[in-house]
Design a protein around this ligand. Structure first.
Ligand code: ADP
Length: 504
């Protein structure tokens, strides 16, 4: 059968774990869908962006070239100073490199002569057929193979002239691509590839970024493409994963915090149950402890009162028993009262310089009768010339009495009590040793806790309330010292009360 606190914890855990598992499962399914749809959306957006960017590039390029051709046309109309006028237009238009103006019969109007072997490239392009095509299709054309641009212009008299030119790649990159693409808002990398797939321009280093897609330019840049690369770490899948990790992390922390809370509550409940049990034991133990000496006192008192004891020796013996039991009662009540004062934070200590040896002897004296009666071998070793020590003599005396009382209570057949007092490292150490039942290692820390009494069987018969050592520890700590134990089951125990010397 589970205890109430264990049942509470099990239920609470179930109440957390079950919803958390459901949330995790639902989360997983919707994350999968989210991932797929965001990937799709991302690609669509990228395609739109690419198409728009390509259109913008072509528009800008066309506008620049139109303006250039308008000026060349004006130069053609102006007549004799053609060469100078066209030179000027070219100087103003870095985008255009190598312009040739060719008449309808193939004659070169500008410049005066072909440069290098341009004739072999340009002349065949400017045929009668080309003229016809240009006149028919809107007067502009880019020949893909050579990226040569052709345009139909007219001379003053109206005869057709073909303007043929190539573009300067650096100027194209700088004046057209950079100005149009460089300013676009996009989380991806935009790049322009030429007819051979070489990168002419890219907005950021591509490195090994994966290519998402590419779209072809139209007739202004035939065979060139605008490509979109994915910025490292910016894929929608990765973004979703990051969100998921964040969400999972938060959920994990939440669950961990709740579980920790439940565990802490459970521990607290268990501790409280244990405390309640110890307290009720304490009440029973104290009552029992009070009753025993009281009944002894009553019995001996009544016997004496009835006047039946005639032998003076016996009478003296009875008086001593009554006194001793009375002292035991006082000590017990002092213990309980002090303990309650300590618990309530009301205990005060009155520090005065105190001689050690008289205190030890007086405390031991109170136990002279039981020690003698039970045949204890008592040894007191107080180092010579101990200094006076600042302490509350009553409190320390009582702590010592508790240690001696325990040594007597927890001794078996080997009855020996040793008290030694000496100075070790600026502290007075008073040690009380016995050769009694001893204490198991795992119990040694617990015996100083209030109400704690070592496992029933061998202490059952011995009276006690479980507050003696708690009191000793409190007194030691109030003096800035401590109390420690060395012990082995069956071999005995040695309790050392350490009080710093301070300035006496
Ligand atoms: P109690 O009233 O039970 O003696 P204490 O606080 O004085 O309470 O001691 C706590 C427990 O420590 C005791 O119940 C006993 O089991 C153990 N103990 C204390 N002193 C000794 C000792 N000298 N030898 C063996 N066990 C001891």
């Amino acid at each position: 059968m589970l205890s109430p606190s264990a049942r509470f914890s099990a239920l609470a855990l179930l109440a957390i774990v079950a919803p958390a598992a459901i949330v995790a499962a639902l989360g997983y399914v919707s994350i999968r869908q989210w991932e797929a749809s965001s990937e799709l959306l991302y690609r669509e957006q990228a395609r739109d962006m690419a198409a728009m960017a390509a259109e913008k590039v072509e528009m800008t390029l066309r506008r620049t070239e139109d303006a250039f051709l308008d000026r060349v046309q004006a130069a053609l109309r102006s007549g004799p100073a053609l060469e100078r006028a066209v030179d000027q237009v070219l100087a103003d238009t870095p985008l255009v490199r190598r312009l040739y103006l060719i008449g309808a019969r193939g004659e070169l109007l500008y410049p005066a002569a072909w440069r290098d072997d341009d004739r072999t490239v340009f002349a065949p392009l400017v045929s009668a057929a080309a003229l016809h095509r240009l006149a028919r299709d809107g007067k502009r054309e880019v020949i893909a193979d050579h990226q040569v641009c052709l345009a139909l212009l007219t001379q003053r008299a109206g005869e057709p002239v073909v303007a043929a030119f190539v573009r300067d790649t650096d100027a194209l990159r700088r004046d057209i691509l950079e100005t149009t693409l460089g300013t676009l808002e996009s989380p991806t990398i935009l790049a322009v590839l030429d007819q051979d797939g070489r990168t002419v321009y890219s907005r950021a280093p591509i490195g090994d970024a994966p290519r998402l897609l590419s779209v072809a330019f139209r007739d202004t840049l035939p065979d060139w493409r605008l490509a979109i690369y994915q910025t490292p770490g910016a894929s929608p899948r990765q973004a979703v994963r990051r969100q998921v990790m964040l969400f999972t992390g938060a959920l994990g922390v939440l669950v961990a915090v709740i579980v920790a809370g439940i565990v802490a509550t459970w521990r607290l409940m268990r501790r409280e149950t244990e405390m309640a049990r110890l307290k009720s034991d304490f009440v029973a133990n104290v009552s029992h402890d009070l009753k025993t000496p009281l009944s002894v006192i009553r019995m001996f008192g009544e016997t004496l009162e009835m006047g039946r004891v005639t032998d003076e020796g016996r009478r003296q013996e009875y008086y001593r028993v009554i006194t001793r039991e009375g002292e035991r009662l006082s000590r017990l009540i002092d213990n309980v009262l002090d303990f309650s004062r300590i618990e309530g934070g009301r205990q005060t200590y009155d520090m005065t310089p105190t001689a050690v040896e008289p205190l030890v002897r007086a405390t031991l004296e109170a136990f002279a009768y039981p020690l003698a009666q039970q045949g204890f071998k008592v040894e007191v070793r107080v180092a010579a010339e101990l200094p006076d020590v600042m302490m509350d003599a009553d409190a320390v005396g009582q702590a010592l009495a508790n240690l001696i009382d325990n040594a007597i209570k927890y001794s078996g057949d080997d009855r020996a009590l040793t008290i030694d007092a000496r100075v070790v490292d600026q502290s007075l150490v008073v040690a009380v040793s016995d050769r009694g039942v001893g204490i198991a290692r795992e119990e040694q820390a617990k015996i100083f806790e209030k109400f704690y009494r070592v496992g029933r069987s061998d202490t059952q018969g011995r009276r006690g309330s479980g507050v003696g050592l708690a009191l000793v520890r409190h007194v030691a700590e109030a003096h800035g010292g401590d109390v420690t134990v060395e012990s082995a089951p069956g071999e005995g125990s040695r309790f050392s009360l350490r009080l710093p010397l301070g300035e006496a």
